[in-house]
Write a protein that binds this ligand. Structure first.
Ligand SMILES: NC(=O)c1ccc[n+]([C@@H]2O[C@H](COP(=O)([O-])OP(=O)(O)OC[C@H]3O[C@@H](n4cnc5c(N)ncnc54)[C@H](OP(=O)(O)O)[C@@H]3O)[C@@H](O)[C@H]2O)c1
Length: 282
């Protein structure tokens, strides 16, 4: 990464972000540096317990989507919200691109997600990935109706590259794009080349999904070596690498309470500049 102008500051190449609650776009709101995902849940009872534990431990951003389990993941998140209270969770959900064809379809799909979640509005609604048959401008304008209708507090995108993100930002009339949720891990750093610098310039939060590479980071020799040096687990090192970047939060999936406790140990400390540099070479 080169130097960037960021919130009036110049972010030096290796400036480490120590915040465990990070800015959400330009909204002025802070969200947890690590949130929990809900894709590919195997056991719903375990997942419910793990999500409640996550909220208790301050990992109180839950990421879901209408696509996950064909709506079952949103229903499960709804059960968790009933237990912990609506105000305790920052809810992120995602709309399938096929609904973006017009505003009525967007409202219908948005309301269906809210019904499954059992809430009046979510905190952040994302376009799950771009609809390749409609211009970005049109789909973003249609999506903004969620703000008009009070179905979400913020809107964002997912799987948008630099060009699509810029188009999306330029298309907005009523609300800012506050986040782009993309694949980013210590083993998959494509994002660092162009998207992260652009996000810092535009003040858009990057939500890093698949941050453990579905378990592959746990046995990666370099990650394991750094974990031994700092007396942390490979999971904690992999997540810490991501959240040490300004404007980056991680979304990690777990339906296991013990794993959730391990994940919570990624907060409250940071790798050194040298350790981050070593991991940049991976
Ligand atoms: N926007 C998108 O297009 C998109 C795409 C993919 C993912 N996502 C979101 O990002 C979330 C995370 O990504 P992901 O599910 O692909 O992969 P991931 O978070 O990299 O890996 C999840 C896997 O790691 C295991 N795990 C979690 N914590 C662990 C720990 N402390 N020790 C050992 N294993 C651990 C989980 O098992 P247990 O459940 O048994 O703990 C699960 O098998 C998804 O759930 C979803 O919400 C979004």
């Amino acid at each position: 990464m080169d130097n960037h102008n960021f919130n009036g500051y110049v972010v030096l190449k290796f400036a480490i972000d120590f915040l465990d609650r990070k800015p959400l776009g330009k909204s002025g709101e802070l969200i947890p540096a690590v949130g929990i995902g809900t894709w590919a849940i195997r056991n719903e009872a375990n997942a419910e317990k793990a999500l409640v534990k996550a909220v208790e431990l301050g990992l109180n951003l839950i990421d879901t989507a209408e696509m996950y389990g064909n709506g079952r993941a949103e229903e499960l998140v709804g059960k968790v919200i009933k237990q912990v209270g609506r105000e305790s969770v920052f809810i992120v959900t995602k709309m399938l691109p096929q609904h973006l064809i017009d505003r009525y379809e967007v409202i219908k799909a948005g309301r269906a997600s809210l019904r499954r979640l059992g809430v009046r509005e979510v905190d952040l609604f994302l376009i799950h990935w771009p609809n390749e048959f409609i211009s970005i401008e049109k789909q973003v304008k249609n999506f903004e109706v969620l703000i008009d209708e009070g179905l979400t507090r913020y809107i964002g995108v997912s799987n948008f590259d630099v060009e699509a993100l810029e188009e999306a930002v330029n298309a907005t009339k009523k609300a800012d794009i506050v986040a782009d949720q993309v694949h980013y891990s210590v083993l998959h750093k494509e994002v660092e080349k162009r998207l992260l610098p652009k996000a810092l310039e535009l003040l858009i939060t990057i939500q890093a999904y698949t941050p453990l590479e579905r378990g592959a980071v746990l046995t990666h020799p370099k990650v394991v070596e750094v974990a031994k040096q700092v007396n942390k687990t490979p999971t904690q090192v992999a997540l810490n690498y991501l959240i040490s970047r300004p404007y980056v939060v991680a979304i990690v999936k777990s339906e296991n309470e013990e794993h959730v406790k391990d994940i919570a140990g990624s907060l409250g400390w940071r790798l050194t500049k040298e350790q981050i540099e070593a991991l940049e070479m991976v």
